[in-house]
Design a protein around this ligand. Sequence first.
Ligand code: GDP
Length: 298
Amino acid sequence: MFENLSERLSGVFDRLTKQGALSEDDVKTALREVRVALLEADVSLPVARDFVKAVQEKATGQAVTKSVTPGQQVVKIVHDELVHVLAGDTENPGELKVDNPPAPILMVGLQGGGKTTTTAKLAKRLTAKNGKRVLMASLDVNRPAAMEQLAILGTQIGVDTLPIVPGQKPVDIAKRAKQQATLGGYDVYMLDTAGRLSIDDELMAEVEAVRDVATPRETLLVVDGLTGQDAVHTAENFDQRIGITGVVLTRMDGDGRGGAALSMRAVTGQPIKYVGLGEKLDALEEFHPERVAGRILG
Ligand code: GDP
């Protein structure tokens, strides 16, 4: 579907005279291709521009190594810069702050992004890998089916869910979850907040109120990685209003190019912590910057 960036750059450099160092013109020509590739991979324009500028500074004047072609060399510089931006200064992106039990984790995002599924996937992981006792609670009071769904997933993975009490407000459910998590000796409690089809003031006010009651250790935004620029816009909004500590990108099993990850990292400054790779409850992986960099490069 997309032309491979490495091949594209080799083509560009084949047409250029080869000298001992990457000249400014060589680099400029190559970077035009890089910019197009980034945009095709769903990276937003301002982020692509900044990125290309950083690569330009690193590439110009760099001696061409004998063992590789100039095209391969620029691809390597681009790859390394992608990993650098995607990883940020986070050494271990998958690590969650879940000390001081019971640690609240707030799950936020738009409806259909995969929030409830991801809540269960993370609960399963925290239980199986980290030996934590986890309690999950659904705060989606407008959609009883969503509350039921979390309870069903909880039964499937052997993780407790907070009993559903009809008529309660999200903040009251959050308070009850905290109380039950404390009394029940849980290490972690996860609050699966309600989503809406689009960002609206009511949704944000509701999530803010829950955040203020729960004072979460982690606030994870769950976004559909296939939605490109919309996902970036969502991340920007949630980060400004709620303050997120990380992102989970879902549907990375699809054929999206992952450029949204780069934009989100750049826009929010928060790490991508996990990626969802399918509907099954073990289809969750820690974020690997190299893999997404490879995907963006194509
Ligand atoms: P919510 O409205 O944000 O809570 O979304 P759900 O958790 O209900 O997920 C919506 C749909 O997306 C469900 O059919 C999930 O099985 C599916 N889904 C969630 N995560 C992934 C993923 O990583 N990959 C794929 N292919 N599907 C996913």
